[in-house]
Design a protein around this ligand. Structure first.
Ligand code: CA
Length: 231
């Protein structure tokens, strides 16, 4: 297995120790940096496979780090935030972060998020957006013909449901915020709210037969948005 290198960006030494210990036990290789500027330069010089990024850094804001790194790199970024304000996470996700953890988080939860990213990476280097057929578990989407199947049976989706499904699949593994989904599906001009989106999601999930209890294909991130999981 090729080495999977994680860059930890965290100024709080106790949290950094906690993360480092967990990664060491699980045989990940990792690097530690303590501020935003080091994070950006280490990203350039060491090309990590994943960033674990604290938002509250001593020099520049974590959001700024995401925006800068995204100008040249698609490296997965999991934000670690002490702030329980959803708006920070939403801003981080809309700036290009893939997922988030809220402090205090469990080590198991962190490892699960890392595995989600790795599962997504296995399907690279051919990027999702360049494939004409998408397969994930029992789901198959043929973008060219505009159809979707579940376990070999065609799914009867409304145009909006199909568009939402395509958007989630093209960003598989990434948490998409409500506003990101709404602006992509309806455009900014249309006055569609989160309640309407929730109605479409409920209907879509029913058709996809995915429940929250088992390993769900589409996961709800309360107060934030939705995420398709690579099964
Ligand atoms: Ca901090």
């Amino acid at each position: 297995m090729p080495e999977f290198k994680i860059l930890i960006v965290e100024d709080d030494r106790s949290i950094q120790n906690l993360i480092s210990t967990a990664l060491k036990i699980n045989q990940y290789s990792f690097l530690n940096v303590y501020n935003g500027k080091e994070a950006i330069s280490t990203c350039m010089s060491h090309k990590p496979d994943l960033l674990l990024l604290d938002l509250g850094l001593p020099d520049i804001d974590g959001i700024e780090v995401i925006r800068t790194v995204r100008t040249w790199s698609n490296v997965p970024i999991i934000v670690i935030s002490a702030r329980d304000e959803d708006s920070d996470k939403i801003e981080a996700l809309d700036s290009g972060a893939d997922d988030y953890l809220t402090k205090p988080f469990s080590v198991q939860e962190m490892l699960a998020r890392i595995r989600t990213v790795q599962r997504r990476q296995q399907y690279l280097p051919s990027p999702e957006q360049e494939k004409s057929v998408f397969e994930n578990g029992k789901l198959k989407i043929d973008y060219a013909s505009g159809t979707a199947e579940l376990d070999g049976a065609e799914l009867h989706l409304t145009p909006i449901e199909y568009k939402i499904l395509c958007l989630l699949s093209r960003n598989v593994g990434k948490v998409l915020t409500h506003s990101f989904i709404i602006s992509n599906i309806w455009g900014n001009a249309v006055d569609t709210d989160i309640v309407s989106l929730r109605v479409y999601m409920t209907s879509l999930r029913k058709k996809l037969k995915c429940s929250e209890e088992e390993e769900p294909l589409i996961r709800t991130r309360v107060g934030i948005g939705y995420q398709m999981i690579r099964l």
